[in-house]
Design a binder for this molecule. Structure first.
Ligand code: ZN
Length: 258
């Protein structure tokens, strides 16, 4: 009885939500990190005459050849050398949901097209290739191909001006970041990997979570399809991976099984 009542109530709620919600809500943005190894500080400059306008140019002392790392998990979809023009040697990473990042003027490449990368993966090295007059990293975030204002850990970069950015990219080895996407409702946190475990809290739609390990449990159909994977986001705290954007369809590389 209770279950039936809940089903009806949930159906009514969904129906009413559907009236006001967009037909295809945008996927939550990945949690982007500064594209340099953990602990490093880089000077990032934005300027309105930059092309594209919201790109950031990163520098630090003697930066030629310094490693550049993936700012979020994803799949490398371009490793391109434009020669002496434009980006020169650049990498693009597809993070899903329409989000991509660009890393330009590289000295060399450390990834290939189709490769899956996680936080902190070295993708290449700072250079001065293409239409560059000195070593720096030209970095962009795009949504559906359009240049967007850069955010790190959800915080907007400085527009316009120069600011020091400190990297926390892959500082916690073996963990990953995810973004909860329920398209509205809070997501219930369970004491174990399944809907039969007791509710021990909730996380809001759009919240960032740290995933310490993954395991199998109850099969759940959520925003990202049907999955039996559950993510441990704290001690005795599990959420269904079907509602978490991680950049991966399933198991996250380098994150241990619980
Ligand atoms: Zn630039």
């Amino acid at each position: 009885m209770r279950r039936r009542w809940w089903s009806l109530a949930a159906a009514a709620l969904l129906a009413s939500v559907a009236l006001v919600a967009p037909a295809s809500p945008a996927l939550a943005a990945p949690t982007f990190k500064v594209p340099f190894p953990c602990g490093q500080s880089w000077s990032g400059q934005t300027r309105s005459d930059h092309s594209p306008a919201y790109a950031i140019d990163f520098n630090r002392t003697d930066d030629l050849g310094d490693p550049v790392v993936a700012s979020a998990p994803g799949t490398v979809d371009r490793v391109t050398d434009l020669g002496g023009t434009s980006y020169g040697k650049y990498v693009r990473i597809d993070h899903g949901g329409g989000y991509t990042t660009y890393y330009a003027h590289l000295n060399g490449f450390n990834v290939s097209v189709g490769q899956t990368v996680g936080y902190g993966k070295v993708i290449g090295w700072v250079g001065s290739t293409g239409g560059s007059t000195g070593p720096h990293l030209h970095y962009e975030q795009r949504l559906n191909g359009n240049d967007i204002q850069v955010r790190f850990n959800g915080a907007l970069a400085l527009y316009w001006g120069t600011k020091s950015y400190s990297s926390d990219n892959a500082c916690s080895g073996g963990t990953a970041s995810g973004t909860v996407n329920t398209a509205g409702a809070d997501l219930t946190v369970r004491s174990g990997p399944g809907t039969g475990y007791s509710a021990v809290g909730s996380v809001a739609d759009g919240a960032s979570v740290t995933i310490y390990c993954q395991t199998t449990g109850t099969t759940v159909t959520g925003t990202y399809g049907t999955s039996s994977i559950w993510d441990r986001i704290g001690s005795g705290r599990f959420i269904s991976d079907a509602y978490v954007y991680t950049g991966y369809d399933g198991w996250i590389p380098n994150v241990p099984r619980c």
